[in-house]
Structure formats: C-alpha cells, structure tokens
Ligand binder design. Structure first.
Ligand code: ADP
Length: 445
C-alpha cells in the first residue's frame, strides 16, 4: 500500500464511526451520490451544510451537501475544508469529493482548486499524493472515453453545456479542462487499463505517480468499468468523481447491496409535487402529470409579482386551492415553463429577481403544504429544492429507495411535520422519466 493510501479496515459504522465521508458541491448532486451509495449497500445520511454537532444517527456514509459549485473559489475551498474536518471527526476512512456529471466548472475552478486543497489537507494527515477524477455515470448516459466526456451520444461541448450561463463547458477533453484548473500534473487512466482491472489500474497509478502526475482522469463507459475502478480505489485517501464511482466503493468496506440500507419509515399523509425546474425533463413531467388527470396549479412569476405588490399572499391562495384536495391523491403546484416564458419573466422582472421570487413562493407553498398534512413531497429543481429544504428547516435526511437513476426518496424530521417526519424527494432538473411525478408515489407504497 502506498503512502497515499489509508488503511480501509473492516466495517465499523456502528458506534458513530462512519466509513466514507462525502463532500458534494451542490444539493441535488449530494442526493444523487447518496442514492448510488445506498443502492450499493451503505446506510447514508445527507446533511445540509457542515453540521455544528457530531452526527447523531448511525450511518456508513455521510454526504455533506454544500453550495460550492459556482461560488468564488476561495469560498468553495473554505467550505470544503470545513466539511473535510467534520467528516474526519466522524471517523471517515475515505473522502469522496462529488461534482456534476457534466464536470461543471470554469477555468478558475472550482473542481481543481477544491481537489487540490483537499489533497493538501490530506497530505498532512495521510500522505495523499495522488487522486483520480471522473464524472462517468453510464446509468445517466455520462461516459468518459480517452479522457473525453460524452453526454449521451455527443461530446460535452456539443451537449448544450457549451451554453450554460455559469459554467459553459466548451472542451470535452477533461485532462485539458482539469489541467487548466490545477497546479498538479494531470494524467489519464484510459479504458484499456480500466478493462484489465484492479491490478492494471494500480500499476498505472504507480507509473503516473513516478512521472510526477498527481491527478488522473479515468475512462469509464460501463458500470463494469466503475466496479473495476472501485476495487483499485480501496484505501485511496481522496476520490473525486461524479456520483457513478460510488457504486464501486461500498464493497471495499465489506458491504453488499441489500434492501435494508434503503429502508425508511412507512409513508403516510398527503402527497404533493412542487416544481420550480424549467428543464426539458421537468416540462415533460409536468405535462405528463396533467395529462393523467391529476389536479395541478401553475404559478406565473409576473402574476405573482403583481399580486405581491397589491398585498396579496399568493402562497396562501395556492394553499387554499390545494387543501381540500389533499388526501384524495397527489397535487402539483408548478412554475415550470418553457424557455420563451422564462425569458419573458426574466426580461420583465430581472433574472435573479424572477428566480428569487419563484423560489420564495414555492418554498412557502411547500412548507404550507407540509403544515397542512402533506407527508410525501416531491420537489423538482436544484435551487428550488434548496429553498424548500431551507423553508422546512431540514438539517439532515436519511436516503431511501431509488425512484429513477439519481433520485431517491428521503426521510427527514421537520417542525412542520411533528412526530413521524416527512418523506421527500429532491429531483435535479434533468433527471427522471416523464411519469416521474406519479411514479414517485407508487414507489413509496
Ligand atoms: P433545475 O434543477 O432544473 O436547474 P432549479 O430549481 O435549480 O431547477 O432552477 C430553476 C430556477 O428557475 C429557479 O431559480 C426558479 O426559481 C426559476 N424559475 C422557475 N420557474 C420560473 C419561471 N416560470 N420564470 C422564471 N424563472 C423561473
């Protein structure tokens, strides 16, 4: 075992010591990672930000959900190092830095700078001189081949991500992309090495290290590649990846897939969907839910703004509509709209103002729904999910069964649902099948 590796001893999660400590750079991404760990046998808790106290529940892994993807890099580093210190204090034997499966970053970071800051911190304690990076997640059509990231059938820079407002991805060559963000030399572990398995991967890591390489992009085009890679990562102090690599890590701690890892309390109460995502997938999901005949109410940001300035409480109006329907089946409240409508609202109200207005309104509605008896809540949209979880004052969530790839049910305690707590799912914009909103509730039964 090299100096860069920690000894991953036998399972010792009970008694408050966790095995794997994860740092996710956004909220729905944290849930996506947690979902893959649960499916591979780990009991996982997701915490919102860095907790002030020690972990209260028994878990094999904890995912600290940060909002560090697009903040200034010094802030991202500070948040990530705080998360690292807390996870180490909980006994984490290995650290996993999770970023987006489309490698969302700019030439300034934050993937490279955060990775290097974590490596620097772990060098002191664990001699961490090498780590890997791969956003591959074949179950969600993200594959890496010869260091190039594919989204479905096209290269990253032709996938639409080249037009992302905050993190435009104009180069699919991840070795080049990561090198531009790092002091350390970046190399590649290509698919031919990965295909040969653990020993070949370890040999390649040693060869790269001997060449002065500190970080390597890893090819993976299938779950088998990720499982082979996982074996070779046993004992590596820091792993950086999308959520895909997570499927290969629990086995290193002696854990195997089991339904007990995803067990949640029995679900009760009313069912509701709150959607603030305007992604293509969410638009399809809203249409599908309405076409199935479920009750749905759309809110329009420009109308909300007008009503607010006339002193009308829009959330209260929406809740008055929803209340008599709860208990008869799921209801949907949505601001989901197509690009044209979003641009109109943004043109009239301002981009940030429109977002903030919608997030605030949907969060008040989500919280009001729970206070009126909803105990199964679907929230669509990353930022929307953040706003709703904040309004519900949720600090941590236990991760349960998967609904669709990347999206599990979770269970949380909140003052709004005293006693048995709340089942909720946080769907990242582009995830989920068209029937997601109705399918989610059948999974929970
Ligand atoms: P996604 O995961 O699809 O990116 P998010 O919730 O992260 O979804 O982001 C969607 C953003 O768009 C939120 O800030 C939300 O408040 C805003 N938004 C939602 N509906 C509208 C709308 N109709 N017009 C303008 N902005 C909207």
């Amino acid at each position: 075992m090299s100096s860069a590796q920690l000894s991953a001893g036998p399972r010792q999660a009970s008694g408050g010591h966790i095995l794997l400590g994860c740092i996710a750079d956004d909220f729905t991404g944290a849930t996506d990672l947690a979902n893959n760990l649960v499916r591979s046998g780990m009991r996982v808790v997701q915490v919102i930000g860095v907790p002030e106290q020690a972990l209260q529940s028994d878990a094999d892994a904890v995912v600290v959900a940060l909002k560090s993807r697009t903040v200034p890099k010094d802030e991202a580093i500070a948040q990530s190092l705080a998360a690292l210190r807390w996870l180490q204090a909980q006994g984490a034997q290995q650290i996993y830095f999770k970023y987006c499966s489309t490698f969302d970053s700019t030439a300034d970071g934050n993937i490279g700078p955060v990775t290097e800051a974590l490596m620097d911190a772990l060098t002191v304690s664990h001699g961490c001189d090498f780590s890997i990076a791969t956003p591959a997640f074949p179950d969600n059509q993200r594959t890496v081949f010869k260091g190039h990231l594919f989204v479905g059938d096209v290269l990253l820079n032709e996938s639409g991500m080249q037009n992302h407002p905050l993190t435009p991805m104009t180069d699919a060559n991840l070795v080049r992309v990561l090198q531009a963000q790092c002091r350390r030399k970046v190399g590649l572990i290509d698919y031919q090495v990965v295909a040969q398995g653990e020993v070949a991967i370890r040999r390649r890591i040693d060869a790269l290290r001997a060449q002065g390489v500190g970080l390597a992009i890893v090819d993976a085009v299938s779950n088998d590649d990720l499982l082979r890679l996982g074996l070779a990562l046993k004992g590596m102090a820091l792993v950086t990846a999308g959520s895909g690599v997570a499927i290969g890590l629990p086995a290193n701690f002696g854990l195997a897939p089991s339904s007990t890892a995803s067990a949640l309390p029995a679900a009760t109460g009313g069912q509701a969907v709150v959607s603030g995502s305007c992604s293509l997938a969410s638009n399809r999901q809203v249409r599908s839910f309405i076409q199935c005949g479920y009750p749905a109410l759309g809110i329009d940001p420009m109308q909300v703004a007008q009503k607010e300035s006339a002193g009308i409480d829009v959330a209260a109006e929406v809740l008055a509509w929803a209340e008599p329907l709860l208990g008869r089946g799921p209801v949907l409240i949505y601001s989901t709209a197509d690009t044209l409508a979003v641009k109109q609202a943004q043109g009239q109200l301002g981009v940030m103002q429109a977002s903030a207005l919608v997030e605030r309104t949907l969060a008040a509605i989500a919280s009001g729904l729970v206070r009126r008896g909803v105990r199964q809540l679907v929230v669509a949209g990353g930022e929307t999910a953040g706003a709703c979880v904040q309004a519900l004052n949720i600090e941590q969530m236990k991760i349960g069964p998967q609904i669709d790839p990347g999206v599990p049910w979770c269970h949380a305690h909140t003052d709004a649902a005293p006693g048995a707590g709340l089942h909720l799912t946080l769907k990242s914009g582009n995830f989920g099948s068209d029937a997601f909103f109705s399918k989610a509730f059948t999974i929970l039964q």
